[in-house]
Design a binder for this molecule. Sequence first.
Ligand code: KPL
Length: 321
Amino acid sequence: MTPTNTSIIHVIGGGSIGLLFAGRLSPFARVHILSRNGDSIATQFSIESPDGSISTYSLDTEHNPQAGIDWLLVCTKSYDAEKAVNLVSARLSENSRIVLLGNGMGYQQRIATNHPSSKVFVASTTEGANRPQIQGTQPAVTCVRHAGTGNTTIGALHSPPPHSIKQDLLALSALLNKASFDNAISENIVMALWRKLIVNCGINPFTAILNCTNGNILRHPFFLTRIDGLCNELADAAQRAGLAISAEECKKSVRLVAAATQYNRSSMLQDVTQGKLTEIDFINGFICQQGALHGQDYPINRELTTKVKELSPMSPAVPQG
Ligand code: KPL
């Protein structure tokens, strides 16, 4: 069944990425946005494309807010994802597909374990979206800026995926194509998540600590004196998880993405400047947790985690395992 006409997509997490996906999917599927307490909310917002054109979207509340959920797109911050899925757990069944579209690692497997009867998918995206900081009177309609076109890798957390899950992945990919999201299906989404995690570990904390855009970290002594050691630690952690990647490859990916997104303010820098909790526990903090499982200390990841935590409000305790 394609998620186009008969299915409904519920998007939980109304941040920039959530609204970007909700808006762009809405001409091709029925889309509802769920609030932080799980209620369906009517939402009007506009999306400014990278070419400057603006599209406006108006999504209604759902008619039957108790009905089962077909597709749940979880676009919250990593530390809110488990809570968000739990909020609607009474509406989930063996027919539900949960798609986790967030940064970092650690929570995806816990959600799959805690919701064994639902099908759990992961979407790792490099689409860049933010809310423009507007001085003075705020506009009546929320505006999301689609800052940079990226690509989205999707995959299932079930290994090996049964036939029905492969069909779901094809359907999801077809829907993303319709909405012009460049995407690919990965047979090994966990390794794809690791690759994205390595990039986030090498960019996000530096931008937050140095208060600069992604490209500007590349010349900074704080970055230059740590990147080799950091990449040794990242390669070690990734290799222990089964990803054959060298420290040199980690460094190349970090440098490449930082240069390609040089004018971006990373999600972590945005969180720090807006006084929000960061996702550090699910990025460099996750690497430290992985090290602890193997009796391995990763001092540079530990230092970056500590420094970022000093910049943002207290993080809630992260469940281990
Ligand atoms: O994913 C990102 C983020 O900001 O979280 C990068 C790739 C670093 C782009 O800014």
